[in-house]
Design a protein around this ligand. Structure first.
Ligand code: DX5
Ligand code: ZN
Length: 219
C-alpha cells in the first residue's frame, strides 16, 4: 500500500510560504494547521491565508481545523477548494451532519481525535468520514514527542476499516520522524503528517525517506 506524506506548513517560514510550498512539491498533500487560540492555546491563520495557499499550491490541501465551532467555519474551507477538511470530534456537536455537509460541497471529510479521546464511538460512524486523524501529540504545537500510547486507537480503526471493506484513510499527526513512522505504519496508519522532521533538513529527501520507510512497514 502506498504511504501518503503530508508535510505540515506549521514548520514552514510564514513569510516565505510560497517558497516553502515549492520545497515540498513531491508531497502528497499540504497539511494546513488552522488554530484559533481557543480550541488550542496557539494561533495560526484563517480562511484568507488558506485561500491564498490554495491559489499558489501545486498540490492539494489537507486542512486540519483545531478550532471551536467547526459547524460555522469548516464549510468555508471546503468552499475555497481544500481537498480535505478535518475537524475535531471534541469541538463538533454533530460530526455526522458536518461531514455530510463537507462532502456535499466536494471536500473529503475528516474527523480528528485528541490523544485522550476514545475511538469507540466513531467506529460505527466510519462510513461517514473519508479520513480519521489520530493525534499523536496534544494539538497546538509542532516539535513535540510522538505518544505511542495512542497506537491502540489506530489498531482498532485499521481493524474496523478492513472488517467493513472501507477505504477510510487513517492519518497520524505529531512527532512523526523516520523512527516513529515505523510504529505508526505498523499500527495501521497510511497517511502521515510531518512538520519539523520535513522542514528541518532537505524537505524532498526527507519526504522520500518517510515515504519509503512507511511503505516498508504498512501491511
Ligand atoms: C500540531 C499540528 C501538527 C504539527 C506537527 O497540533 O496539528 O500538524 O504541525 O508538527 P510536528 O511534525 O513537528 O510534530
Ligand atoms: Zn495538524
Amino acid at each position: 500500500m502506498a504511504a501518503r506524506i503530508n508535510p505540515s506548513i506549521l514548520a514552514a517560514d510564514f513569510v516565505n510560504m510560497e517558497r516553502d510550498l515549492g520545497r515540498i512539491a513531491t508531497a502528497d498533500l499540504v497539511h494546513v494547521d488552522v488554530m484559533d487560540n481557543h480550541f488550542v492555546p496557539n494561533l495560526t491563520f484563517g480562511p484568507q491565508m488558506v485561500g491564498r495557499i490554495q491559489d499558489v499550491s501545486a498540490i492539494p490541501l489537507d486542512v486540519h481545523l483545531m478550532i471551536d465551532d467547526p459547524h460555522r467555519w469548516a464549510p468555508g474551507y471546503a468552499e475555497l477548494g481544500a481537498y480535505s477538511v478535518t475537524f475535531h470530534a471534541e469541538a463538533a456537536g454533530d460530526p455526522v451532519a458536518l461531514a455530510r455537509r463537507l462532502r456535499a460541497i466536494g471536500a473529503r471529510a475528516g474527523i480528528a481525535l485528541k490523544p485522550g479521546t476514545p475511538v469507540d464511538d466513531y467506529l460505527e460512524l466510519l462510513p461517514e468520514f473519508d479520513q480519521v486523524l489520530v493525534m499523536t501529540v496534544e494539538p497546538g504545537f509542532g516539535g513535540q514527542s510522538f505518544m505511542p500510547e495512542t497506537m491502540p486507537k489506530l489498531r482498532a480503526l485499521r481493524e474496523a476499516v478492513e472488517a467493513r471493506g472501507l477505504e477510510t484513510w487513517l492519518q497520524v499527526d505529531g512527532g512523526i520522524t523516520e523512527e516513529t513512522i515505523v510504529t505508526a505504519a505498523e499500527s495501521g496508519a497510511d497517511t502521515f503528517v510531518a512538520g519539523s522532521s520535513v522542514f528541518r533538513g532537505d524537505p524532498a529527501a526527507q519526504i522520500a525517506l518517510l515515504r519509503d520507510t512507511a511503505a516498508a512497514h504498512i501491511h
